[in-house]
Design a protein around this ligand. Structure first.
Ligand SMILES: *[C@@H]1O[C@H](CO)[C@@H](O)[C@H](O)[C@H]1NC(C)=O
Ligand SMILES: *[C@@H]1O[C@H](CO)[C@@H](O)[C@H](O)[C@H]1NC(C)=O
Ligand SMILES: *[C@@H]1O[C@H](CO)[C@@H](O)[C@H](O)[C@H]1NC(C)=O
Ligand SMILES: *[C@@H]1O[C@H](CO)[C@@H](O)[C@H](O)[C@H]1NC(C)=O
Ligand SMILES: *[C@@H]1O[C@H](CO)[C@@H](O)[C@H](O)[C@H]1NC(C)=O
Ligand SMILES: *[C@@H]1O[C@H](CO)[C@@H](O)[C@H](O)[C@H]1NC(C)=O
Length: 262
């Protein structure tokens, strides 16, 4: 009887320590994610951020050809106010037929790029307040304005020519916010106020629906990137299950020990 008790206690201790070991091994992946921002400890590297996301290549190309990327990076590096950037996807550019960007001068392209940002950091929660001060001046200046409407956390953006919404948050860490939009934002200050009676509605639902379906509540203020958050999910859920199972075993063994020794 005594040796059985010792055996059971030993088993219980082994189970407990193996579950601790398991917790430690499954905890180790996050530190391997951490070195990613190491090359830029002080500042977000916007070129890198837009590159690794993968689907902002066209936007990045325009930012680089107009040198607006330097304006943005400088703002991210050196301003207390920070910056908010609305990055259209590659699909947004390829589905834009009319009006075309191909006739724009270099100065107009530069303004178009600056139009996709606000010279201040805004978290998603800030857009509720911001919608009350619409129209809001963008980084492109005075007449280059956007209207925001916050529908219980769903942020809609209107430029007159473009009606879209923030479809996901790529990064939102003061002083830099980078949000994905599925449309190119077209300013009235370039294209005029003679907006054709919406040839847009047809492509609108599908253009909005497919990426939005990806991340309906995926607008996560704290997510640094979609890849890191999904890796964290992969790591954490099996760990919770295995710990839960092992601690159940532990308590089952423990109660047997108590019953037998009592
Ligand atoms: C930012 O990232 C890009 C692309 O990854 C890289 O080429 C560039 O050297 C980086 N700039 C800085 C200042 O680290
Ligand atoms: C931003 O800061 C990084 C270092 O953190 C520096 O390498 C880069 O040149 C700076 N870029 C601008 C445009 O100020
Ligand atoms: C460029 O502008 C000209 C004249 O304004 C117009 O005829 C032409 O269709 C435009 N091209 C594109 C690709 O929009
Ligand atoms: C909301 O916006 C107003 C100006 O429109 C500003 O004075 C106020 O500080 C803002 N509130 C918050 C919580 O940001
Ligand atoms: C933006 O909002 C202002 C004020 O609410 C309104 O007058 C204007 O028509 C709006 N513009 C667009 C493009 O929605
Ligand atoms: C984001 O993180 C902050 C603290 O870091 C926390 O207070 C807040 O609840 C988090 N928000 C979400 C949506 O996870």
């Amino acid at each position: 009887m005594k040796s059985t008790t010792v055996f059971l206690i030993t088993t219980a201790v082994l189970l407990l320590s193996s579950s601790e070991a398991k917790a430690q091994t499954t905890k180790s992946p996050p530190p391997s994610l951490a070195p990613a921002p190491a090359p830029t400890p002080d500042h977000v590297n916007l070129t890198h951020l837009l590159t690794v996301a993968g689907h902002f290549q066209t936007f990045l190309g325009y930012l680089e050809s107009t040198k607006v990327i330097d304006t943005f990076q400088n703002r991210a590096n050196n301003s207390k106010d920070g910056i908010t950037i609305f990055a259209p996807t590659d699909d947004a550019f390829s589905s834009l037929k009319q009006p075309s960007l191909s006739n724009l001068t270099q100065d107009q392209l530069k303004s178009l790029c600056l139009f996709h940002s606000l010279p201040r950091y805004y978290s998603l929660a800030d857009f509720k307040n911001l919608s009350e001060s619409s129209p809001v001046s963008t980084f492109a200046g005075g007449q280059y304005t956007l209207n925001f409407t916050d529908l219980s956390g769903d942020v809609h953006i209107s430029s007159g020519w473009t009606n879209t919404r923030i479809s996901s948050s790529v990064l939102s860490t003061d002083p830099v916010a980078l949000y994905q939009v599925n449309r190119v934002l077209l300013p009235e200050a370039i294209f005029g106020t003679n907006i054709p009676p919406m040839p847009a509605p047809a492509p609108s639902p599908e253009a909005e629906a497919s990426p939005a379906a990806d991340t309906p509540s995926g607008v996560n203020v704290n997510a640094t990137s979609p890849s890191s958050s999904s890796e964290q999910n992969k790591n954490s859920s099996p760990q919770v299950i295995s710990l839960g199972f092992q601690s159940q075993l532990f308590f089952a063994v423990l109660s047997v020990v108590i019953i037998m020794s009592g």
